[in-house]
Design a protein around this ligand. Structure first.
Ligand code: NUP
Length: 238
């Protein structure tokens, strides 16, 4: 198991440093490919997250096409939450299409998370708490247990909500104390859901996920660079 955890950590393509994971939730492949190419030459640390709306409209091939268009790490955000066999099957399809990592729910349990980690095909990111109000009802009461569980397994990343920076801070501390200091934290909710750039990173996150504020803007590359600079400036205390 220890060897497995080390393997996963050393092969992780997503570096644990401040950056933006751009959510690709647009529904057409042309603008997705164009944005992937533009981000490749953008100033900053970026990753791409392919979401279900894009995948459902264009098929898993969109991952391969983005892979061909840029060197930026790609995460498939299928929010996988199924029995271990099916969870691993979905993850494997995404890895084989060119994803560097997949996003799955932690609440499905240790057996499902372990089955995906044991594939050894790329990063595994687990959702711990979400950005919307409903997350407070059912995820918040179990999130500390989820952090302990995924730390024991050795996942590459966890999702914590930028909309609740206090939760990012608390769970980041717990992650560290559970031996997860190498685990990156990615936090959605910036701009469209109310969090400001830097809210999560100054609370202990590594990547902030930004979707609509980038892909719906007139110039996505400029928007991505501008929000990245805002995050870095907040971190420096400017
Ligand atoms: O808790 C979560 N909240 C959330 O918004 C977990 C997520 N993965 N996301 C994703 O982040 C969501 O699916 C979308 O792709 C992105 C946020 O997009 P936007 O609100 O910046 O447009």
């Amino acid at each position: 198991m220890i060897r497995l955890i080390e393997d996963v950590m050393t092969t992780s393509r997503l570096k644990k440093r401040p950056g933006i994971m751009v959510a690709f939730d647009m529904e057409d492949s042309a603008s997705a490919i164009r944005m992937a190419e533009e981000l490749g030459s953008a100033d900053g640390n970026f990753a791409i997250k392919v979401g279900r709306p894009l995948e459902m409209q264009t098929g898993k091939e969109i991952i391969s096409r983005i892979r061909d268009a840029t060197d930026i790490p790609i995460i498939y955000d299928g929010k996988i939450a199924d029995i271990p066999y099916v969870s691993a099957k979905i993850a494997e399809i995404a890895y084989d299409a060119g994803a560097d990592g997949v996003n799955m729910h932690a609440f499905v349990g240790a057996d499902a998370v372990r089955e995906v980690v044991d594939l050894g095909k790329g990063d595994v990111i687990t959702v711990i708490e979400m950005t919307h109000p409903g997350s407070v009802e059912y995820l918040e009461p179990i999130s500390e247990r989820l952090i302990r569980m995924v730390s024991g397994i050795g996942v590459d990343g966890v999702v914590l909500p930028a909309t609740r920076p206090d939760r990012v801070g608390r769970l980041a501390e717990l992650l560290e104390s559970e031996g997860g200091s190498e685990t990156y934290i990615i936090s959605p909710g910036v701009r469209a859901q109310g969090a400001e750039p830097g809210d999560a990173v100054t609370s202990g996150a590594d990547y902030e996920i930004v979707g609509r504020a980038i892909y719906q803007s007139e110039n996505p590359k400029d928007a991505a660079e501008r929000i990245y600079r805002e995050i870095i400036d907040r971190l420096r205390g400017d």
